[in-house]
Design a protein around this ligand. Structure first.
Ligand code: C2E
Ligand code: MG
Ligand code: MG
Length: 711
């Protein structure tokens, strides 16, 4: 029999149970443990929801921290147990199967917020308590003056029984009385306290106003003050307190004593420091993490005039391969070793190294001379990686790509600087890796434009910013225009006319290529129909339209094409679809089926950029193509005179093979008459290129075709 798997609600409940078991023993509540658990359940739920929320907000942690104080979990031990419990079990029981590392970061941030919320609520509560005690002491004192015994007794009870430290001193600072709680905080005897003077209790971390407020109070110029203050214990350790001091006056209103109320915040402070450390350091390598790095970078960028910063953004080359082949444990050890080496590269004041995540690290240098320093830093980093790293007896060679950004403080924000470093690092990677590159604002701008273009694409189609140019296809035999290739352009409102190489890859990436391609097809077919109406005498002018690989796999391709041809009233024979050779390499029958359907209907299929994709020539037979478009690289070899004999032989071979398979051959990029003549002799059928015409508006084709007709 298998046990029913727990649902999320069961797991939440278990988390609350563990939490209540951990904290209940140190809670001064009148509830039973199960009742206490009921009280914790909604808090557990808040944490669990915050952990998994789509938009993470650590604020939920603050509320939970405050709620703990309200539930009487005010013992310092209670907070630390609660945090331990959240640390160990929250992700385990409430994380579902979310991304582990992200959840752990969230959990750490929630704990940090819990501690902050807790401290704040406790401080408010203590202040309220302190006020009440001061009040009682004041009434008691005036009652003492009137020798009212029961009031004095009440004061003694409050004094001795209070959980917070209470001390009374005269206005010269001589300590007269301290209660048990205060003695316990200091860890000394009553004797060691008595006879000491308040002004002896200075501490190097005293805020400047601490002793000014004290002076004002003992001179009767102030009724009370509240500060955070550290003391030395007799054993030399520090005691941190929230301290409230009040002035006690006699029955005539004359200042007489000072009453100090103090709450021990030492542990909470340590806990906060620990949590701050955890929230700002990477658990694996111990390096500062992204959060701390951003803080430092922001500080460096906000530094005054004459200050500069230099940043090296490092990404290891091929780290994924190491991780995949040797396992994550080995990958982790490699990262730890890299972190150690990097750390030793940046030891000067103003330098730091951090891990941003994965295999990405940054090193920062600040000060007036970073122009020189950042180069040296990058050099040290590259050097540090030279010696192979030994993992499980293997020597692994580690390489990295570094993007460097350097500049004056006060010009750019942290996010912008980091983005520039990231772009530059990718440039180093694209150049083969194992190198560093310097940020270049122009390259940044191009990369940013790429991003900008991608987001502007969809609206551009709606706004009609695309247009089509047509480049004639010429019959090499008689020089007549047979048709034209449709080439799309984008009239961008800021960047002017952009060629397809700038945006087709982006459109393919975002899927916009499907509607864009359909639009191009529709326009081109309509255009071909117009040509035919106006030039019926010269034989039908045909139109070639490029198809991108994404369109090939789109299920609507055949139907869309049929619909468009029918709607515009164009014969299928007048349309040729160009597909690149690389899109068809290794194509299986499923991919070829739509093309085959179109070919059966009479649409010509051309294999574009032929000769660039290393396809198997024997494979041509399988493909439903009727035209080969020879890539421009072949015609380039014929530009000089005499033409490259190898190129000639290759073209001759391809042409004869194509013809024997029943395929026509079109050549691209014909720029001179000599090339055209050469290609005609080699047997090519059709040509396209600047020699005849550059791509242009559709009316140009009328003129060219008309010249044919006349000539
Ligand atoms: P392609 O299909 O090989 O188009 C020929 C390219 O060569 C065009 O560049 C054309 O302007 C250029 N060209 C023509 N004659 C000459 C010449 O004599 N010398 C030189 N140096 N170049 C010449 P373009 O317009 O920049 O188009 C580039 C590519 O963009 C096209 O290559 C095609 O693959 C793609 N493309 C263009 N329009 C579309 C479209 O509507 N849809 C899709 N999916 N791709 C398109
Ligand atoms: Mg083409
Ligand atoms: Mg081409």
């Amino acid at each position: 029999m298998t046990a029913e798997p727990d649902g999320p609600e069961d797991r939440l409940r278990r988390f609350a149970t563990i939490w209540s078991r951990a904290v209940f023993p140190v809670t001064s509540t009148s509830l039973t443990r199960p009742e206490f658990e009921e009280q914790l359940l909604p808090l557990a739920r808040r944490l669990s929801e915050a952990l998994r929320a789509r938009n993470f907000e650590a604020a939920a942690g603050r509320t939970v921290g405050a709620a703990l104080v309200a539930a009487h979990c005010t013992d310092p031990e209670a907070l630390s147990r609660a945090l331990d419990c959240v640390d160990a079990y929250l992700v385990l029981y409430c994380g579902e199967d979310g991304p582990g590392e992200a959840l752990r970061t969230r959990s750490a941030r929630l704990q940090h917020a819990m501690a902050a919320g807790y401290a704040e609520a406790l401080r408010e509560r203590t202040l309220a308590e302190q006020q009440a005690i001061s009040q009682a002491a004041l009434t008691a004192r005036s009652a003492v003056a009137e020798a009212l015994h029961d009031s004095e007794a009440r004061f003694r009870a409050v004094f001795e029984g209070a959980a917070i430290g209470i001390g009374i001193a005269d206005l010269d600072g001589n300590i007269l009385q301290v209660n048990g709680a205060l003695l316990r905080m200091f860890g000394g005897s009553e004797q060691s306290m008595r006879g000491r003077k308040v002004p002896e209790w200075t501490h190097p971390e005293d805020a400047p106003q601490v002793w000014r407020l004290y002076e004002e109070l003992v001179r009767g110029k102030r009724e009370h003050y509240h500060v955070e203050k550290a003391f030395y214990r007799p054993d030399g350790t520090a005691l941190w307190t929230n301290l409230t001091v009040s002035l006690l006056r006699d029955a005539d209103g004359e200042p007489q004593y000072q009453l100090a109320l103090m709450e021990d915040t030492t542990e909470r402070r340590l806990l906060n420091l620990r949590l701050r450390y955890e929230a700002t350091h990477d658990a694996l390598t111990g390096l500062p993490n992204r959060t701390l790095f951003f803080e430092r970078l922001e500080k460096a960028l906000a530094a005054g005039e004459g200050q500069r910063f230099g940043l090296c953004y490092l990404d290891l080359d091929g780290f994924k391969t190491i991780n995949d082949s040797l396992g994550h444990a080995a990958g982790d050890r490699l990262l730890v070793e890299v972190a150690d080496r990097l750390q030793s590269c940046a030891t000067a004041p103003g330098e730091m190294v951090a891990r941003l995540g994965g295999d990405e690290f940054v090193a920062l240098t600040t000060g007036p001379n970073t122009e020189r320093e950042v180069d040296e830093l990058a050099g040290r980093i590259m050097n540090a990686l030279v010696t192979p790293i030994s993992i499980d007896g293997r020597d692994l060679t580690v390489r990295g790509s570094v993007g460097i950004v350097e500049g004056p403080a006060g010009e750019r924000g942290a996010a912008e600087v980091l983005r520039s470093a990231d772009i530059t690092m990718y440039r180093a990677k694209a150049a083969g890796g194992n190198r560093f590159e310097l940020a270049d604002p122009e390259a940044d701008a191009r990369a940013i434009t790429r991003n900008g273009l991608t987001t502007a694409l969809p609206a551009a189609l709606d706004r009609g910013e695309f247009f089509i140019e047509y480049q004639p296809l010429v019959n090499l035999g008689d020089g007549s225009v047979r048709g034209a290739e449709a080439l799309v352009r984008w009239l961008h409102p800021q960047h002017g006319v952009l060629g397809p190489d700038r945006f087709i890859p982006l459109a393919e990436h975002t899927g916009l290529i499907v509607p864009l391609g359909r639009w191009v097809l529709e326009q081109s077919v309509r255009q071909a129909r117009t040509w035919q109406e106006r030039h019926s005498g010269t034989g039908p002018l045909r139109v070639n339209v490029n198809l991108s690989p994404c369109q090939l796999t789109h299920p609507g391709l055949v139907q869309d094409t049929v619909d468009i041809l029918e709607r515009e009233g164009l014969d299928a024979q007048a349309l040729c679809l160009e597909v690149t050779e690389s899109a068809l390499i290794g194509a299986d029958d499923d991919l070829l089926k739509p093309l085959r359907r179109l070919a059966e209907m009479g649409v010509d299929i051309a294999l574009d950029d032929f000769g660039t994709g290393y396809s198997n020539l024997a494979n041509l037979r399988r493909l439903p193509v009727s035209i080969l478009k020879l890539d421009r690289s072949f015609t380039r070899g014929m530009q000089q005179f005499p033409a490259d004999p190898v190129d000639l032989k290759i073209v001759e071979g391809i042409v004869s093979l194509a013809h024997s398979l029943g395929l026509a051959v079109t050549v691209e990029g014909v720029e001179t008459g000599a090339q055209a003549e050469q290609l005609r002799i080699l047997g090519c059928d059709t040509a396209q290129g600047w020699y005849y015409a550059r791509p242009g508006p559709p009316e140009r084709l009328h003129e060219l075709a008309l010249v044919d007709a006349v000539g």
